[in-house]
Design a protein around this ligand. Structure first.
Ligand code: ATP
Length: 395
């Protein structure tokens, strides 16, 4: 169903609209008035720590769980009271939930048989979806002889063969090894783009969310911390939690000392640091509140080694406390003079010249590479829903 805002520009109603959904179990809040939309054909990833309410939300969407309050709409129509099998969405689990005694074909066609379709229609639909998920040659194999990745493809094919408008996926790749996981991520993205249907995808895995999704929802304790494009969430975390959960960020607590044009100076325990607010944010009226307590966020990859004889802003002396080799990079753990911990990515893990534990080094970061999280002043006309008193001010 579509409405129009102007006669010649149709607006498609979102595939899903979640309005103030709340759910408690035995008095414990699992979802605290969660609201967001899944736009038409969008790949939306929901990310957050264990127990933050991701699965509960997906189960409510699928109709397997009932919300205590709130409203669910799909393409403008209420779906709260619609039973599971009549919703236009299918759910794929991390443990596949296949029928072990059936072969691949029989697993995939299960939902079609329930619909009592003609055999030739069923065969055509199964053949088409098997081709799409690259399972054609395995149709007569028992599912018990398949690899983890192949089993997950069967589960996905079984969900897609009934042509839902929305696919809900609960950690679908978590049982797979690292290489297969990366391969299946791109397979899922390809499938979603080919079909053009919305995917709502739960994952613990940040790189999985960022590499596949159009938008990412960051959840914490039954609430939404931030929704945005992967790049936006990565570069500009809006809350302290999002800054800690996403990326490899350093967080320094401080207080706004002054604001001069787009440059904000912040007094932290380790010294006075400068943040350059980007023009685009200033244009939208973002201003840090004077004297406000804020958190300065600096990505570990933006902390750089200082070259002798060069004066840099945001320069500090640090002691290396630990050096961690992760395979592709070296993470150096530093301690500043006031005891603040800082991480940096060493420039070249193979150079062999990375200063070891106990070394004293000078490091710096650019004012353009910092983000501020904390109270801000917005013109009253720019009250952004959902941001409350905390919003990113720079980055
Ligand atoms: P994970 O990533 O570990 O799967 P999650 O973010 O999906 O976690 P949920 O499974 O939605 O989290 O759980 C949210 C909260 O609700 C948790 O505290 C959990 O213990 C609780 N919970 C979920 N289902 C039930 C249930 N059926 N009965 C009681 N408590 C529940």
């Amino acid at each position: 169903m579509a409405t129009t805002d102007t006669p010649d520009r149709p607006v498609e109603l979102p595939d899903i609209e979640i309005r103030a959904i709340a759910k408690s179990f035995n008095g414990m809040t699992a979802l605290d008035e969660v609201s967001f939309t899944v736009e038409r054909g969008e790949f939306l990833a929901i990310m957050g720590p264990s127990g933050c309410g991701k699965t509960t939300l997906l189960r409510i969407l699928a109709g397997l769980e009932t919300a205590d309050s709130g409203t669910l709409l799909s393409r403008g129509k209420r779906i709260d009271q619609i039973p599971v099998h009549r919703r236009n969405m299918r759910l794929v689990w991390q443990n596949y939930a296949l029928f072990p005694h059936l072969n691949v074909r029989n697993n995939i066609e299960f939902g079609l048989k329930l619909q009592k379709l003609e055999r030739r229609v069923i065969d055509a639909k199964v053949a088409a979806i098997a081709e799409m998920v690259r399972l054609t040659e395995f149709l007569d194999h028992r599912v018990t002889v398949l690899s983890g990745g192949q089993r997950q493809r069967v589960a996905i094919a079984r969900a897609l063969v009934t042509e839902p408008d929305i696919l809900l996926l609960d950690e679908p790749l978590s049982a797979l090894d690292a290489n297969l996981r990366v391969h299946m991520q791109s397979e899922l993205k390809r499938l979603q783009q080919t079909l053009g249907i919305a995917f709502v995808y739960i994952t613990h895995n940040q790189s999985e969310a960022f590499s596949t999704a159009d938008r990412v929802v960051v959840m914490n304790r039954g609430r939404i911390e931030q929704i945005g494009a992967p790049r936006e969430i990565y570069l500009w975390p809006r809350t302290r939690f999002a800054a800690e959960f996403v990326g490899s960020n350093n967080l320094l607590e401080g207080r706004i000392a002054s604001v001069d044009g787009n440059v904000v100076s912040v007094d932290c325990g380790a010294g006075r640091f400068f943040v350059a607010l980007p023009d685009e944010r200033l244009a939208h009226g973002y201003r840090p509140a004077p004297k406000a307590t804020v958190t300065l966020v600096i990505q570990a990859s933006k902390v750089r080694g200082h070259a002798t004889g060069v004066a840099n802003e945001n320069q500090v002396t640090a002691v290396v406390t630990d050096t961690e080799f992760t395979g592709s990079q070296i993470v150096q753990h530093l301690r500043l003079e006031d005891g603040t911990a800082l991480r940096m990515i060493a420039p070249d893990p193979f150079s062999g010249s990375t200063p070891g534990p106990g070394s004293t080094i000078d490091v710096y970061w650019s004012p353009e590479d910092c983000v501020l999280v904390g109270p801000r002043i917005l013109p009253s006309s720019q009250n952004i829903p959902g941001t409350k008193s905390y919003v990113r001010m720079g980055g």
